[in-house]
Design a protein around this ligand. Structure first.
Ligand code: F6R
Length: 241
């Protein structure tokens, strides 16, 4: 695992975008793995700016990490909508090449298997952007998730619902359930780039970078990944030894 400490989110966005730009130049039909939440926003801002200067997503594919269960289709905070608004709608990626798990599917296990199958048929994820939760989750693999898990339904813990209430206006509106790629699924991405900023992430960063590999800290599974890059600002790095 390579940890890069940068002055702020602007620099983090540029470094992550450098990796994505290099990938797209080498492989225009690359498969990107997308996270939502606050952490990847500087990356998407930078990619949108570079698209304005000619970076081409016309042959690329993208797969989201996760989706809420129980939101009405088109809900502003559904991750499909967030990804369209913050990334896909700002570059020339084809809408049909942007995949998100269907949180409204009638048959959830079948939907999760279909999502895995579609990812595999697309050739697997080349570069996965990740954030990390204050409890060490990646995707929505909360503490206790199997390190070998695949895409499935999960229950959010109260801390994560509280952390995400800022997007919904009230805690009561935050769904309790999500579909998420598993830790085993995420580990199959060829390169993972995890972004963490702010002091509220410093304990999670210390635990997954320097602590034991354990289901209690799901992001620690990245210690097994052959090509994991962790981009942090000084506040998020402040608890590292
Ligand atoms: C979002 C996701 C989550 C977030 C994490 C951090 O798709 O999978 O793991 O990356 O909850 O969220 P932010 O970046 O909002 O602090």
């Amino acid at each position: 695992m390579e940890v890069v400490i940068l002055p702020g989110s602007k620099q983090i966005g540029k470094l992550a975008a450098d990796a994505i730009e290099a990938l797209l130049q080498r492989k225009p039909h690359a498969v990107l793995g997308l996270a939502t939440g606050s952490s990847p926003v500087p990356v998407y801002d930078e990619l949108a700016a570079r698209h304005g200067r000619g970076l081409d997503f016309g042959a690329a594919h993208a797969f989201a990490l996760d989706e809420y269960v129980g939101l009405a289709p088109g809900h502003r905070e559904s991750y499909r909508e967030v990804i369209m608004r913050e990334f896909a709608g700002r570059v020339n990626i084809r809408t049909e090449n942007v995949h998100t798990p269907d949180g409204a599917a009638a048959d959830i296990p079948a939907e999760c298997q279909a999502y895995e199958d579609t990812m595999k048929a697309a050739g697997g994820v080349d570069l996965q952007i990740l954030g990390v939760g204050t409890d060490g989750h990646i995707g929505f693999n909360e503490p206790g998730s199997s390190l070998a898990s695949r895409t499935r339904i999960k229950t959010l813990i109260e801390q994560t619902r509280r952390d995400n209430a800022r997007f919904f206006g009230s805690l009561a509106d935050v769904p309790h359930h999500v579909l998420t790629q598993g830790l085993g699924t995420i580990l199959e991405a060829r390169h993972v780039v995890l972004v963490a900023t702010g002091a509220q992430k410093s304990r999670a960063v210390r635990d997954f970078v320097e602590g034991a590999v354990s289901a209690i800290c799901p992001a620690s599974v990245l210690q097994f990944h052959p090509h994991a890059t962790v981009l942090v600002d000084e506040a998020a790095a402040s608890s590292l030894r």
